[in-house]
Design a protein around this ligand. Structure first.
Ligand SMILES: Cc1ncc(COP(=O)(O)O)c(C=O)c1O
Length: 385
């Protein structure tokens, strides 16, 4: 039995979520329910493996052994029915760095890159900071769910080199269906567009839904797809910085490898490799318990919010990030943030950060002990009806 109710002490650990609030919210004594990591210890098996490695100093250069690709491949096949070949794997210290590397390797300065908004903020930064242009297509809200604007998307694909997909979708938790993914993949192939599929949230799926890797949904035509996965969200290992880039096309892999070479990237950290293997090979039971616990937290939010006039929940299929619709308050994002910080003492991310369509929403992280979710909701109710 895993005790997700137990509070962890994170202040003073250089935690971005707990120790960096001042930078973003102007105060430190807030209840932090923002940045996407969890207030839970990772699986015991991961900590045991790390301790074992810690007790075998020194911590010199460590290569990623062939067993790592096999471990991730086994996980992807077992959890998502996605068959990958060990030769398709490259590694990276994070999914955001992988996006930057793919952009630099496969597009040129001035090229256009498409993404669907609202979306995880660093997508914009990685495109712009690398001198490429962001092209967006806005997701359409239909019956409380995001749908793809196919007409707009198809039109825009004709003028871009790359498409950045967030699957499942952060911030709404929407899981894209196999049909939607197949259509996206076919459209990208038709327009000669590289499809980068960020699947970092793909293991955190609620019981009613099923994640399909884009490259699996694509069927035989998947050589233009780059899949990005990591154990960081699933097992709460973001600080260990280990992730994988999966692509069946040798030419694309070579270009990515060359770009990594130009950046001087050679291998992952000793502890990142250890934790990644331990998590994927021994963390499944823990993950199942985590999903149950998150389902309980989600239910609590759903019940509370259903009694509030000003806040609606966009029902998620996945992730511990909830997309709360606060548009009925009639307030701007700045006003919402100010109210949350100054009156409720809550550090939550305002929706306009996520691009067009995100305005008036709030993103709430519920990967914390239930007592904290209860407190967060109490504070939310203090400022919104
Ligand atoms: C969609 C998405 N991609 C990437 C990341 C970050 O990945 P990494 O820490 O591996 O760079 C996050 C973190 O919140 C995310 O939500």
């Amino acid at each position: 039995m895993i005790d997700f109710d137990r509070e962890t002490q994170r202040t003073g650990s250089h935690s971005v979520k707990w120790d960096m609030m001042n930078e973003l919210f102007g105060k430190n004594d807030l209840l932090p329910m923002w940045v996407a990591d969890m207030d839970f210890a990772p699986p015991e098996s991961v900590m045991t493996s790390l301790t074992k490695r810690l007790e075998q100093p020194p911590y010199g250069y460590t290569f990623v052994p062939p067993s790592t690709a096999r471990t991730i491949a086994d996980w992807l096949e077992k959890r998502h029915g996605f068959k990958t070949n060990a030769s398709w794997y490259l590694y990276s210290i994070g999914v955001v760095p992988s996006i930057a590397t793919a952009i630099r390797a496969l597009t040129a300065p001035g090229d256009h890159i498409l993404t669907m908004t609202p979306v995880y903020t660093p997508f914009f930064g990685m495109i712009e900071q690398n001198g490429r242009n962001v092209v967006t297509t806005q997701l359409i809200e239909q019956d409380g769910r995001y749908e793809i604007d196919w007409e707009d998307l198809s039109q825009k694909l004709s003028d871009v080199k790359m498409f950045l997909l967030c699957s499942p979708h952060n911030p709404s938790g929407r899981v894209w269906s196999s049909d939607e993914l197949k259509k996206l993949s076919d459209l990208c192939a038709e327009h000669n567009v590289v499809l980068v599929s960020d699947e970092i949230h793909s293991d955190l799926i609620y019981r009613h839904a099923r994640h399909v890797p884009t490259a699996k949904a694509a069927g035989d035509k998947h050589s233009h797809i780059i899949t990005l996965v990591a154990p960081s969200k699933t097992f709460n290992l973001a600080g260990l910085q280990a992730s994988a880039i999966i692509c069946s096309d040798e030419e694309i892999r070579e270009k990515i490898k060359e770009e990594q070479g130009r950046q001087g990237f050679f291998t992952l950290s000793t502890f990142g490799i250890t934790a990644m293997e331990a998590a994927y090979s021994e963390g499944e039971k823990w993950l199942e318990s985590l999903i149950d616990y998150l389902t309980g937290n989600l239910k609590l939010v759903r019940n509370t919010v259903s009694e509030m006039d000003q806040i609606d929940l966009m029902e998620p299929d996945s992730t511990y990030l909830l997309w709360l619709d606060a548009r009925k308050t009639g307030l701007s994002d700045e006003e919402i943030k100010k109210k949350l910080v100054d009156e409720a003492g809550l550090a939550l991310e305002p929706g306009d950060k996520y691009g067009k369509g995100g305005e008036g929403f709030i993103r709430m992280n519920i990967a914390c002990p239930r007592s904290m979710v209860e407190e967060g909701l109490r504070r939310l109710q203090m400022v919104f009806k």
